[in-house]
Design a protein around this ligand. Structure first.
Ligand code: GUN
Ligand code: ZN
Length: 431
């Protein structure tokens, strides 16, 4: 008889998309339970019913803690962990001043392994159970993250960042080596345990057309892989792309013309889009990854969530560590809310939590495995304390319903609000 674990608490998950169905898309049980067996969720429902039905299960009672799917962070750069919150620069200067020197250090596999472990510790303590990461140009940086994630039984998507121009010495590959190294890493890691490879051209300014073509050809060979890149994050960047690709119709066209536009494409930021770009992204069903703390921190601009959803875009949510200023998906939801206010739409807490779980999972095409609490799903779970600080507790005490109780934690919470994180049915973090 395999071992069973029964988590008890307030369960909160989604049966539908709250952007389409409203807050009723959420399923909440004030005294719910989640049964875990063999790394998967095998039953959900009333806590008392589950206790009776599975008397042999080991019970972990979180009281009024909120049991939700673990957070899914759809765009991060784990190599930027140690330079998060670096002062005073906008995108291109920030890359040259802080990011590229730090990424150069990943030619040392021991350093890469150390930061990978640190990053996965930090994200687990913030309730994040799945992440989609850029690595550096060094294949060893990919090996480091996948090796560490595999040892933890964690679902991770990652890829070697490819750059063959406009990057310093020691941080450039070539069209051919980017293709060869990416292919070798993909063959080595894609589909191993819970790991997936994402083809990763950093962005058009740091790739020649030849490199984008080579990676487009690789994607055509492995169409079930995700492809991640950056799109229209800052206006200076867009002007630079125009000068580097004079024949392109717009920024998206630099990808489209080289086989890098598709439903499994993840386009980070995507703030300043032309009408043609918006139409094409929606038409192919590509994913726009909203990185709100990064967009304010680096001064990139305001992503108009309501407009993008209304035009049928698929949208995910991400920290963009370390252009983003926080490891916390709670803080990221808060920033998404604030940007929503600045663009004219107050996002409902159900929409924010959905973006951080099921919504991001859908952009990764993994909604059948992660992002919700339901039988058959992988047991990736975060348990949220709704009174983790005195400031949050005194506000939550006044709450009239679940959403009013959760919203102060979304706005003011951090890793102190994460009571526990379960990864593949194993306790990965506990406060
Ligand atoms: N555009 C290209 N590279 C990066 C990066 O590392 N971070 C952010 N925020 N934008 C980018
Ligand atoms: Zn990024």
């Amino acid at each position: 008889m395999p071992e069973q674990t029964l988590l008890l608490g307030q369960t909160l998950t989604f049966d539908a998309d709250p952007f389409a169905a409203g807050p009723a898309a959420a399923r909440h049980d004030g005294h719910g339970g989640v049964l875990i067996e063999g790394g998967h969720i095998t039953a959900t429902g009333s806590g008392n019913d589950l206790r009776r039905a599975y008397p042999g299960a080991q019970v972990v009672d979180y009281g009024d803690g909120v049991i939700t799917a673990g957070f899914v962070d759809a765009h991060v750069h784990y190599p930027q962990t140690a330079i998060i919150a670096s002062w005073g620069k906008r995108l291109i200067d920030w890359l040259n001043t802080y990011t590229f020197p730090e990424e150069t250090r990943f030619n040392d596999p021991a350093y890469a392994a150390r930061i990978a472990a640190r990053y996965l510790d930090l994200t687990a303590s913030h309730g994040t159970t799945t992440l989609c990461s850029y690595c550096t140009i060094h294949p060893a940086s990919v090996d480091a993250l996948f090796t560490e994630a595999r040892a933890r039984g964690q679902r991770v998507i990652a890829g070697k960042t490819c750059m063959d121009r406009n990057a310093p010495d020691g941080l450039r590959d070539s069209a051919q080596s980017a293709y060869d190294d990416s292919k070798a890493l993909l063959e080595k890691w894609h589909g191993v345990d819970r790991l997936s490879y994402a083809i990763t051209p950093r962005f058009s300014p740091t790739s020649t057309p030849g490199q984008l073509s080579a990676l487009g050809a690789l994607w055509a060979e492995y169409p079930d892989c995700l492809m991640q890149t950056h799109l229209s994050e800052q206006t200076d960047e867009i002007a630079w792309v125009k000068s580097l690709y004079p024949e392109a119709r717009d920024y998206l066209d630099t990808y489209e013309a080289h086989g890098l536009l598709g439903a499994r494409g993840l386009y980070g930021h995507a703030i300043h889009l032309e009408p043609r770009e918006r139409a094409r992204l929606a038409e192919v069903g590509a994913a726009l990854i909203h990185c709100p703390t990064s967009n304010t921190f680096i001064g990139s601009g305001l992503f108009d969530m309501a407009a993008r959803v209304a035009e049928g875009q698929r949208v995910g949510l991400a920290t963009d560590t370390g252009g983003g200023s926080n490891f916390s998906m709670l803080r990221t939801m808060a920033a998404a809310y604030e940007i929503g206010q600045l663009t004219g739409t107050a996002l409902h807490p159900a929409q924010l939590l959905w973006l951080a779980t099921a919504g991001s999972a859908a952009t990764l095409h993994m909604q059948d495995r992660i992002g919700t609490l339901a039988p058959g799903m992988e047991a990736d779970i975060a348990v949220i304390d709704l009174a983790s600080t005195p400031a949050i507790a005194q506000r939550a005490e006044r709450a009239g319903d679940l959403w009013e109780a959760l919203f102060p934690t979304i706005m003011m919470g951090d890793d102190r609000a994460i009571r526990a994180t379960w990864v593949g049915g194993t306790l990965a973090h506990q406060r």
